[in-house]
Write a protein that binds this ligand. Structure first.
Ligand SMILES: C[S@@+](CC[C@H](N)C(=O)[O-])C[C@H]1O[C@@H](n2cnc3c(N)ncnc32)[C@H](O)[C@@H]1O
Length: 261
C-alpha cells in the first residue's frame, strides 16, 4: 500500500503552496555556491525589503504621474537626502539573473553604475570570482554608501575582486582600462543614457547592459529605450519582465571576444 498523508487534503494543499512560495524565495540564493556570500546577501536583501513600506510611501504622491506615464523628478537633494540610507537594491531573482548573465558572458570586467550598499556588487563579484577572476568597478556618489558597500564586500570575502569609485559616475567611469563585458546600469534614470554612451566604446561585441526600472519609470527611460532599441546604438535590447521591467541589451558591434583571447 502506498504512503498516505496523515494530513487532510486542504492542509496538504496549503503546505504545498507554502513550500512553493518558500522555494521561490530561496531559489535565487541557490545559484551561489558559497555560504559566506549567501549569508551576507540574505541579510542585506532582508534589510532592503524592510525599507519597502517607506519607499512606497515616498512614491505614493508620484503615483498619478507614474500612472499617466509622465516622468518623475529625481532631485540631487534626494540622492543625498531621502535615498541616502535606502538600499533600493535589485531583487534576489534579478540579482541572480545578473550573476548568471555575468557567468554566461565569462565576464572579467564588470562596470556598475549605482553601487548603493553593495548588494548587486557582491552578486557580480561572486560571478567574477566564480568565473576565474576579474574586477567589478562600482561607482557611488554618496560617500557613506561607499563606506558601507566596501564593508559589506569585505564581509562577503570579495574585496579582491571589487573596486568602488566614489563620485559622479560620469566622472569616475571616464577612465576604464580593458574591455567591459557587462554594465549594470542601476543608478538614477537621468544618467542612464549618458553612462551607456560613456561605457559603450569600451564594450566588446556580445557584451551586455542590464538596466533596471525601465517599466516603473517608463517616461524617465523613454530616451534611453529609444536609443537602445535603435540599430544605430550598436545594441539589441529586450525587456525582461522582472519587477518593473529590466532592459537587457547586447552589444552587436565592437571587438569580438575571439579577438580578445
Ligand atoms: C538603485 S540604487 C543602486 C542599487 C544597487 N545596484 C543594488 O542593487 O544594490 C542607485 C544608486 O545610484 C547612486 N547614484 C545616483 N546618481 C549617481 C551618480 N551620478 N553617480 C554615482 N552614483 C549615483 C545613488 O546614490 C544610489 O545609491
Amino acid at each position: 500500500m502506498g504512503h498516505e498523508s496523515a494530513r487532510p487534503p486542504a492542509q496538504e494543499a496549503k503546505s504545498t503552496l507554502k513550500n512553493q512560495a518558500m522555494n521561490r524565495l530561496t531559489q535565487p540564493f541557490d545559484v551561489l555556491g558559497d555560504d559566506r556570500v549567501r549569508r551576507v546577501l540574505r541579510r542585506l536583501h532582508e534589510e532592503a525589503a524592510r525599507q519597502t513600506p517607506r519607499l512606497l510611501l515616498h512614491y505614493l504622491p508620484k503615483l498619478p504621474a507614474l500612472l499617466l506615464g509622465r516622468p518623475i523628478r529625481f532631485r540631487s537633494s534626494d540622492i543625498s537626502g531621502f535615498y541616502a540610507d535606502k538600499f533600493i537594491a535589485l531583487e534576489p531573482a534579478q540579482a541572480a539573473f545578473c550573476y548568471l548573465a555575468a557567468r554566461a558572458l565569462r565576464a572579467k570586467t564588470i562596470v556598475e553604475f549605482g553601487t548603493s550598499f553593495g548588494v548587486s556588487t557582491i552578486w557580480l563579484a561572486a560571478a567574477v570570482r566564480d568565473g576565474g577572476g576579474g574586477k567589478v568597478i562600482g561607482t557611488e556618489i554618496v560617500p557613506d554608501k561607499v563606506a558601507r558597500a566596501r564593508d559589506h564586500v569585505e564581509e562577503a570575502g570579495l574585496s579582491q575582486w571589487v573596486e568602488i569609485r566614489q563620485g559622479d559616475a560620469l566622472v569616475t567611469l571616464r577612465d576604464l582600462d580593458g574591455d567591459v563585458d557587462l554594465l549594470l546600469n542601476d543608478g538614477f534614470p537621468e544618467l542612464a543614457l549618458d553612462v551607456v554612451k560613456l561605457v559603450a566604446p569600451r564594450m566588446r561585441a556580445g557584451a551586455a547592459v542590464i538596466t533596471d526600472n525601465v517599466g516603473t519609470f517608463k517616461a524617465n527611460y523613454t530616451d534611453y529605450m529609444t536609443h537602445m532599441t535603435s540599430p544605430e546604438s550598436g545594441f539589441q535590447t529586450a525587456v525582461v519582465p522582472f519587477k518593473s521591467g529590466t532592459a537587457f541589451s547586447v552589444r552587436s558591434t565592437g571587438i569580438s571576444i575571439q579577438d580578445l583571447e
